[in-house]
Ligand binder design. Structure first.
Ligand code: AGP
Length: 372
């Protein structure tokens, strides 16, 4: 009913708008007065976490994209090797797992069969499994050694939005917690990231307030057949997520690529007026990647692409090559996906509406896939 949708036309719109709160709620109670993490709910004893020598993340779809981003954070903050794998592929290749492996299963619903089978397989090999889940008491957390709940609230639209942002928060918390427990990251550094995380809900809110031009752009592209998405580093999974949203909602051909791969093949796809969305890393810190992606934008534009550039405020280098420029607030590199994903959600939702598609219930899809 309209009341359930809180005045929005679709649950998806409501859930996109709820993201700042969902993010803040997922942080709530998990940081103590001194700015360190208190994840008592993670019932894997610190002694066990100190013995871990590898992290493996399993998930499907959007949750898998959260896992891809988590890999950057986990390896950076813990110096533990981290693999991410589609849950549906995982157990069929006889993965190397033992008691020193921490497996993280990410699932909004907690009922995804592929993810459940992957975690069962991991536990049979003696690995500890930590679930990151949005649904209290669902099967995946029940069958795991521990669970860190995302507090996104019920997500009704088939296309995942607020669950994704809270999965990212939970992944950052786990990465920092592992760093804290294992002593690879010291108090001050953890506190600095926690401070940045605490302000990220406000940054998401800020993005939400500037989406009208993105909606307008989406409507103007309603008759297109293909949209490509490029990103690099943590922007690469963001590009994959943008493409997945567009497939699910707009039923358009959409593909995400690592920008560095362009010249190894995908650049052949570029033709006159093809919309290409580019997620640009911050010019600060990792400026090498920034400069490389700016030359990618130049290259594709020279071949006729219509460039839709998502870039940090103050990044002037992209301006001459952006046919459409979407600004996002300045954030630390690892947290940028939290703000960069939001315009892509809005873009896909508006394109779906413009194409007359059912936004909350896309054809052929189910909210949770309970068969393998
Ligand atoms: C996201 O928009 C999709 N509907 C889908 O990829 C989803 O993320 C995937 O099926 C995993 O679901 P889960 O998080 O409930 O396990």
């Amino acid at each position: 009913s309209a009341a359930e949708k809180g005045g929005y036309d679709y649950f998806m719109l409501k859930e996109i708008a709820e993201q700042p709160k969902a993010v803040a709620d997922t942080l709530l109670g998990r940081i103590d007065g001194s700015g360190s993490l208190t994840l008592d709910e993670v019932r894997i004893p610190p002694g066990v976490l100190r013995e871990i020598d590898k992290v493996v993340i399993v998930a499907c779809g959007t949750a898998f994209h959260a896992g891809m981003i988590a890999k950057y954070a986990i390896e950076h903050w813990t110096r533990l090797p981290c693999e991410v794998e589609l849950a549906s592929e995982f157990r069929y290749r006889d993965p190397i797992l033992d008691a020193q492996t921490l497996v993280i299963a990410i699932s909004q619903s907690g009922e995804t069969m592929d993810t459940l089978m992957a975690l069962r397989h991991a536990r049979e090999q003696g690995s500890k499994v930590l679930a990151i889940c949005n649904t209290n008491g669902s099967t995946i957390p029940r069958e795991s050694d521990a669970v860190l709940y995302t507090h996104a609230g019920p997500e009704v639209a088939v296309a995942s939005t607020k669950a994704f942002l809270t999965q990212l928060v939970a992944c950052y918390l786990v990465a920092l917690y592992l760093g804290q427990v294992r002593g690879t990251k010291w108090g001050d550094e953890i506190r600095a990231v926690i401070r940045d995380l605490s302000s990220i809900a406000g940054a998401v809110e800020q993005v939400l307030g500037t989406m009208e031009p993105v909606r307008e752009l989406a409507r103007s592209l309603a008759s297109k057949k293909t949209v490509l998405f490029l990103g690099r580093h943590v922007g690469y999974p963001v590009a994959l997520e943008g493409a997945l949203k567009l497939k699910e909602l707009a039923y358009m051909h959409a593909e995400g690529f690592a920008a560095g791969e362009l010249k190894h093949g995908p650049i052949a796809l570029i033709e006159e007026d093809l919309p290409v969305v580019v997620v640009v890393p911050s010019p600060r810190g990792r400026s090498v990647l920034h400069d490389k992606i700016v030359s990618n934008i130049q290259e594709i534009r020279a071949r006729g692409a219509r460039t839709i550039v998502i870039a940090e405020e103050g990044d002037e280098a992209v301006v001459p090559y952006a046919d459409h420029l979407v600004r996002i607030p300045v954030t630390p590199t690892l947290l940028q996906p939290m703000v960069a994903t939001v315009p892509l959600q809005v873009f896909a939702c508006e394109l779906a509406t413009a194409r007359g598609n059912e936004v909350d219930q896309p054809r052929n899809l189910a909210k949770s896939v309970t068969v393998e």
